[in-house]
Design a protein around this ligand. Structure first.
Ligand code: UFG
Length: 323
């Protein structure tokens, strides 16, 4: 995508997986990008070429914002469901308090445009699938609760201060772009873990439960390619309207079971990938599938790398490159 208008943008969390892909694509579209990241989970070498890097905390972004920006894309966050259950203060301080301070600094310095990384975890156990943005938000873990709290804060700041804001609720993100992919120090996500088996870095993949109420008994998720997600951020940034906070789900509207994901990884890698079944993981909903009709209709968003095999193949290229 080429930007209609060149903007000066702050990308918080631009050293992380999704933040670095989005920052790289924003630079490619012609924007001026400044990355703010404390590197607690991100990697300095993931910060895209062409970005200015400012090490630091989101909660202390005020002096940086004082230099003037057209908008902020706020990715920096703690994002592990399990960790949020055992260490909630890290999530309430690191996600909510830091984000409110960011909103205050944006208000103070007249920065009127925000795109925020929200999550499917704001919905909790869905009443029905696909999940729409009008469905009930009943998060089942502190991670989802903190993201929902920030969404509420953004709504009130938009109404009171004229902020043009969009929250994007990601479902299960995968794939890679260029040299930017998923590499968490503690990996918990299914696709990178399965690919670690194919690389010989672990013996087998553990399936968390095969007694779920689904066709093959394993959990179903909606996988979206990180570059399609990045496109949605650019569209959201351009379409944001002052005084308005809009929320969009981002997924492909199709669910794949854990077993189907593992099978796709076998096909892509040519590796047998041994799997064993263990008990359910606490906090997992059985099925999460997004309705992204609103994003398609309002933003004109159209995913281009929707097939699971493409998402896995791009993640595999990235995983092999690191070895
Ligand atoms: N899974 C396994 N074995 C593993 C890892 C995962 O069976 O070793 C299963 C999980 O139980 C789940 C599915 O694979 O059923 C996907 O798990 P991930 O950890 O890859 O992703 P989640 O669905 O748990 O998490 C995603 C986002 C979160 C978001 C959440 C909403 O990554 O940010 O959806 O529920 F909060």
């Amino acid at each position: 995508m080429t930007a209609a208008v060149r903007m000066k943008l702050l990308v918080t969390g631009g050293a992380g997986y999704i933040g670095s892909v989005c920052a790289a694509r924003l630079v490619g579209a012609g924007h001026e990008v400044v990355v703010l990241d404390n590197l607690c989970t991100g990697h300095a070498d993931a910060i895209p070429a062409g970005c200015r890097f400012v090490p630091g905390e989101v909660a202390e972004a005020g002096p940086l914002l004082a230099e003037g920006f057209d908008g902020v894309l706020h990715f920096a966050a703690r994002s592990l469901v399990g960790e949020s259950m055992t260490d909630p203060q890290r999530y309430w301080w690191g996600n909510v308090v830091a984000s409110v301070r960011l909103l205050d600094a944006m208000t103070e310095h007249g920065i009127g445009r925000l795109v925020f990384s929200s999550t499917a975890a704001t919905y909790g156990e869905p009443q029905s699938v696909p999940i729409t943005e009008d469905d009930a938000t009943r998060p089942t873990n502190p991670y989802g609760a903190t993201k929902l709290a920030i969404d509420h804060a953004i709504t009130s700041y938009a109404a009171a201060h004229g902020l043009a804001a969009v929250s994007l609720r990601y479902f299960n993100v995968g794939g890679a772009f260029d040299r930017h992919g998923e590499r968490h120090t503690v990996e918990t996500h299914l696709i990178p873990l399965v690919l670690q088996v194919a690389l010989g870095q672990r013996d087998k993949i553990t399936i968390f439960g095969d007694d779920w109420p689904t066709a093959d008994g394993t959990c179903i998720r909606d996988y979206i390619h990180v570059t399609d997600l990045a496109d949605a951020h650019e569209l959201a940034l351009e379409s944001a309207q002052p005084g308005c906070h809009r929320v969009y789900n981002l997924g492909n509207g199709e669910g794949f079971s854990v077993r189907e994901v593992i099978e796709t990884c076998r096909e892509v890698t040519g590796h047998p990938i041994p799997a064993e079944v263990a008990g359910r993981r606490p906090g997992d909903p059985a099925v999460l599938i997004a309705s992204s009709e609103r994003a398609r209709a309002d933003l004109g968003w159209k995913p281009e790398r929707a097939e699971l095999s493409v998402i896995v193949a791009d993640a595999w290229d990235f995983a092999r490159r690191k070895v």
